[in-house]
Write a protein of this length. Structure first.
Ligand SMILES: N[C@@H](CCC[C@H](N)C(=O)O)C(=O)O
Length: 261
């Protein structure tokens, strides 16, 4: 079976064209394919399937092999994949676990529309919101030198976010409208180079807590993204877009023994 590897600002994914629905999805198999020593290596695996009302459907699994909530960078990567497969020309609508998404591609970038966000829970030392996946966001000093795994893992498993847990983002303003964001990702159980739903959450928190305006520019370990949005009269965020590069990095074939039971 063929596979494709894409990355969006260093958040990397195995993409499978599963329009014939023959991929034998199991948690153990997907975790093995995502393993960086015993498999292909990736932060997640994404199936592209047919859907009668959309250009395609995205089915996302975290690196631990469990089906996940929405993945923003994965969403941008599957849009690039669908474009490479010739499923649309410039604009697309597809279905993901959190509903319909619209996206537009250029040569350099994929811009993905995220769902409207109605509220952010601001606590004294952190904020929490769901941008398709749950995100804790904390403003810190010197984010580049902090130990994201040591700080993020206890938050990910904290009782306040049980039973599902949360992703944990640490953000620092590095310009009037620019943030540096680092993320501990649930389901990868490590820091990733970038997290699209996390970056989106971070930009909205930065708007409310740090006075940043749309578009908020984001630096991650894996590259640059930007988040644009409109704020409605009731304080919700709509016309929310996550924009940045999404690139095919290689193609290959999964040996039959990996796919056999
Ligand atoms: N990398 C993702 C987030 C994927 C979901 C996350 N690991 C979770 O389980 O909440 C992104 O780019 O948004």
């Amino acid at each position: 079976m063929d596979f494709f590897k894409y990355q969006g600002t260093g958040n990397d994914f195995i993409l499978i064209d599963d329009r014939d629905e023959t991929f034998p999805a199991s948690q153990e198999r997907i975790a093995r394919l995502c393993h960086r020593r015993f498999g292909i290596g990736a932060d997640g695996l994404i199936l592209l399937r047919n859907h009668s009302e959309y250009d395609f459907q995205m089915v996302y699994f975290n690196a631990d092999g469990a089906e996940g909530s929405m993945c923003g960078n994965g969403g941008r990567c599957i849009v690039r994949f669908a474009h490479d497969l010739g499923l649309f020309e410039k604009e697309t609508r597809f279905l993901a676990v959190d509903g319909e998404h619209y996206a537009v591609v250029t040569e350099e970038e994929v811009s993905l529309k995220m769902n409207e966000i109605s509220g952010i829970d601001h606590q004294p030392d952190y904020s929490f919101l769901n941008t398709g996946s749950p995100h804790y966001v904390k403003v810190v000093e010197d984010v580049e030198s902090m130990d994201v795994v040591a700080e993020g893992r206890p938050v990910r498993y904290d009782d306040r976010f049980a039973p599902g847990g949360t992703n944990a983002n640490f953000i620092e303003p590095i310009g009037s409208n620019t943030l540096f964001v680092r993320t501990y990702e649930r389901g990868v159980e490590d820091e990733t180079y970038s997290c699209g739903t996390g970056v989106t959450a971070s930009a909205l928190v930065a708007h409310q807590q740090l006075g940043m305006n749309s578009p908020v520019l984001i630096q991650t370990i894996g590259g640059n993204l930007r988040v644009s949005f409109e704020v409605t009269a009731d304080g919700s965020f709509n016309d929310l877009y996550l924009t940045g590069p999404a690139v095919r990095v290689f193609t290959g074939s999964i040996p039959d023994e990996f796919l056999a039971d």
